[in-house]
Design a protein around this ligand. Sequence first.
Ligand code: UDX
Length: 415
Amino acid sequence: MKETKGCRLLLIPLPLQGHINPMLQLAQILYSNGFSITIIHTSFNSLNPSNYPHFNFCCIKDGLSESSASNLLNLVVELNIRCVKPFKECLGKLLCDVSEEPIACLISDAMCYFTQDVATSFKLPRLVLRTGGASSFVAFAAFPYLRENGYFPIQESKLEDGVKELPPLRVKDLPMINTKEPEKYYELICNFVNKTKASLGVIWNTFEDLESLPLSTLSQQFSIPMFPIGPFHKYFPTNNTSSSSSLIPQDQNCISWLNKHKPKSVVYVSFGSVASITEAEFLEIAWGLVNSNYPFLWVVRPGLIGGHEWLGPLPNGFMENLEGRGYIVKWAPQQEILAHQAVGLFWTHNGWNSTLESICEGVPMICMPCFTDQKVNARYVSHVWRIGLQLENGMERGKIERTIRKMMEDDIERE
Ligand code: UDX
């Protein structure tokens, strides 16, 4: 039976892995601090309530399908339109339910900007959880300014130029996405920033020592309180807080494979839950890893390689010829891996969770950002925090091999 705690919080995550994990971690933190928790989730990428018997769950029917996920921009825009009605109905019911504790507020993912107007219509206080970093948010918040000052639309000839208003970003580091509908993306970002500003405060999965400057910039621009209370996953003693909120099962066998390797000898490679690469890029990565001669653990998520279900493009006998030096999984217990002593380097797409998890374990990064905040995160990792190297201007096996060697050898020298 669920414990009665006196005060209830409603939490609504954006239904993507990199957003679900921190929202569920925040729920756990708040629960441990005496609040009852109700998670409102979409039927798209629906959560499994049995993993959290101490929380209540309410599912809202969004009508989104698996195929919606292939276009990230459309998915988020559609979700913000389709969820309004079912969310209103859901809130109406929850607020009328006198058998549960009184509801103190809603905590919404910043990307679920539709929740602001609905919450206001019910006079329900709304806080925002921003699952990404503050550095990238400063760049998102500058979009209108960037447009007025001629940065948008991005011009190919200016990619290497610095953005003098947002050092150390270059034009190519601005948090853009590859899309045929740039106006739609611009509008989405403005909505997400404005509805964050309209909230009563922002909870950040980051910490002051890492992002004090962007946090103070945002405090000046937004007249609402900021709560940088991250990294969330470090509140818990377990090595892997994302296993129960994982949409894909994590393959635990790779831990026994890691156990056989020397400290800091393994390169861990993962490009997160959304990014995709071409077949040609996949093969360059595969050969670059092999030619570096270091053992590697590689997450190849089904759907990562455009046009292929899984490992189709790998030449016959590729993995067998490595005699155990390489290990490929569909999805991994990433936090445990980064905390494992055998891991010496993380080749990442710089999603914020991956970046933060790597920082927390002191694992240096090869940065290969694909879109949006990842580009800003990568620039900060390589040029502000100086804990990684960005792989730029295309993927070529020789360059990959040299970058891995440089990072692994530098790390050994630092020991
Ligand atoms: C998405 C966006 O792409 C990113 O720009 C934004 O910052 C967050 O949302 P995603 O691709 O999901 O990011 O990456 P990330 O933020 O790194 O989150 C991935 C999460 O999945 C991490 O918590 C990571 O530990 C976990 N993970 C990843 C696994 O559990 N297993 C894996 O094999 C890979």
